[in-house]
Design a protein around this ligand. Structure first.
Ligand code: 9D3
Length: 250
């Protein structure tokens, strides 16, 4: 997978590939990450990337020419390597990202992430060049870079050969649409708090059942909309009912 990021803060975006899963994937050439600075596509002496909004108002808007020139340069490079490419704009106006959107993106060959700063990007860039617009959620960031980094991280870990079998993306609780069960490690007693007996039972079927029940119960309690939008089989229904009845008792 090839990522090209158009950003006024290339060092910030590159730092996503310096450690962890993305770092290893980059080192193993499972991903390529390139950053492009719109400032390098300006033609005036001041290297101006922003302008005042038509119609007035506060803030500045990113000028279209340098952004479109950067996108077309990247498109030409990718076309010469037969890399099919989608352009994604990170913005508060986009649809909210979720795991199914990430999964779809992970099947692309090349992704161009356009990161806005200031009030955003001249609308004509979006009309001419952008395929999809995505948001991280309903809160205010100062630009799209963190969005691009989130996408690079969450897409990369879905790529073949990036994660080991042990913690494969398939095993993830969230790819099942539920929140995770609680996790414990040694010591057995910490701050006077013991771990649940079932986890010491050695009975792997009981443990799996307990974990499933915890996942269902916690999802119902914390994110009820995730449970309402799915059909539970008879066993899940029973596990959830038992979980909720135990809560009342305690
Ligand atoms: C306070 C400025 N706002 C005026 C109504 C609008 C605004 C403009 C530009 C708010 C944020 C931004 C910059 N944000 C992003 O580029 C961004 C973002 C976000 O702010 N929230 C969630 N996801 C994303 S993805 C890119």
């Amino acid at each position: 997978m090839r990522f090209d990021v158009i950003t006024l803060f290339p060092d910030l975006v590159q730092s996503v590939a310096e450690s962890g899963v993305v770092g290893r994937a980059a080192k193993a050439d499972l991903i390529d990450l390139y950053c492009w600075n719109p400032r390098d596509y300006t033609t005036d002496v001041h290297r101006t990337v922003d302008g005042r909004p038509y119609g007035g108002g506060p803030g500045m808007v990113m000028k279209p020419e340098c952004l479109v020139d950067a996108i077309r340069d990247i498109r030409a490079i990718n076309a010469s390597k037969s890399i099919a490419t989608k352009v994604i704009y990170l913005s508060p106006q986009g649809k909210t990202l979720n795991q199914s959107a990430i999964k779809k993106m992970s099947t692309e060959q090349g992704l161009i992430f356009l990161c806005g700063r200031y009030e955003g990007v001249d609308e004509r860039v979006l009309e001419m060049e952008v395929d999809e617009e995505w948001s991280l959620g309903d809160y205010v960031l100062s630009g799209g870079e963190l969005g691009a980094m989130v996408l690079i991280d969450s897409i990369t870990r879905l790529l073949p050969d990036v994660l080991g079998h042990k913690d494969s993306a398939e095993q993830d609780s969230f790819s099942d649409g539920l929140l995770d069960c609680p996790h414990y490690t040694r010591p057995e007693v910490y701050a006077g708090k013991e771990i649940p007996d079932v986890l010491k039972s050695g009975n792997h079927q009981r443990i799996a059942k307990w974990r499933r029940q915890q996942a269902l119960g916690r999802t119902q309690q914390r994110r009820p909309e995730l449970v309402e939008n799915r059909i539970l089989d008879a066993e899940d229904k029973q596990l959830l009912q038992d979980f909720l009845e135990n809560i009342k008792e305690n």
